[in-house]
Design a protein around this ligand. Structure first.
Ligand code: IMP
Ligand code: MG
Length: 189
């Protein structure tokens, strides 16, 4: 692990809760209740997913839920470029309206892969909901249907997001800075 520290809080727990409520309303307005399946992309989405699902209850939406464990990152901060399915969904999504939930849309490779996979499994429609969007890093041709916050090209942790499996428990989202990166004006990984 590289030497690093938490530089600053970008979104407080209260700000996140407010945005999650708004996303729940958007999903409630846009999605048909009948055949809705929410699929969380592990591991980063687990806290966001739990808050969304509980919010949907208050909008009288009772989706089926499942998870898939997709991995494109090693122990570092750069995407390996190849997405692997470590755990697949088991819910039958044929004819269903699927909403994929992920923590962050970075290069877009993970979500692009997941969308294709849901269609290949017979989903009628596939939408995506991400807490954070880093549009400046996009490589794959994808944008999310529901976005919590847009962030700059910085490495973030907390509220489910990790660095080397640490920091997922933080109730807020913070910027992580690497203290071994001496390049002037650029402290990113
Ligand atoms: P993508 O396939 O490049 O879009 O990467 C998506 C995955 O990379 C996310 O689901 C995260 O798990 C991870 N990721 C991307 N950026 C960050 C970050 O700033 N902090 C923590 N994890 C990140
Ligand atoms: Mg992830």
């Amino acid at each position: 692990m590289r030497p690093h520290h938490i530089r600053k809080v970008l979104f407080s727990a209260e700000e996140i809760a407010g945005r999650v409520d708004a996303l729940v309303c958007e999903i409630g307005r846009t999605c048909e209740a009948g055949s809705l399946v929410l699929v969380g992309i592990l591991r980063g989405s687990f806290i966001f997913f739990a808050d969304l699902v509980r919010g949907l209850f208050y909008h009288h939406l009772h989706p089926r839920i499942d998870f898939t464990l997709l991995q494109s990152y090693g122990a570092g901060t750069e995407s390996s470029g190849k997405v692997e399915v470590e755990r697949d969904i088991s819910v039958d999504v044929r004819g269903a309206e699927v909403v994929l939930v992920d923590d962050i849309l970075d290069t877009g490779r993970t979500l692009h892969f997941a969308v294709q996979r849901m269609y290949a499994k017979g989903a009628r429609s596939v939408k995506s909901c991400v807490l954070l969007d880093k549009p400046s890093r996009r490589i794959a041709p994808i944008s999310a249907d529901f976005v919590g916050f847009t962030v700059e090209d910085v490495f973030v942790v907390g509220y489910g997001l990790d660095y080397d499996s640490y920091y997922r428990e933080l109730p807020y989202i913070a910027e992580l800075t690497f203290t071994d990166d001496r390049s002037a004006g650029n402290e990113q990984p």
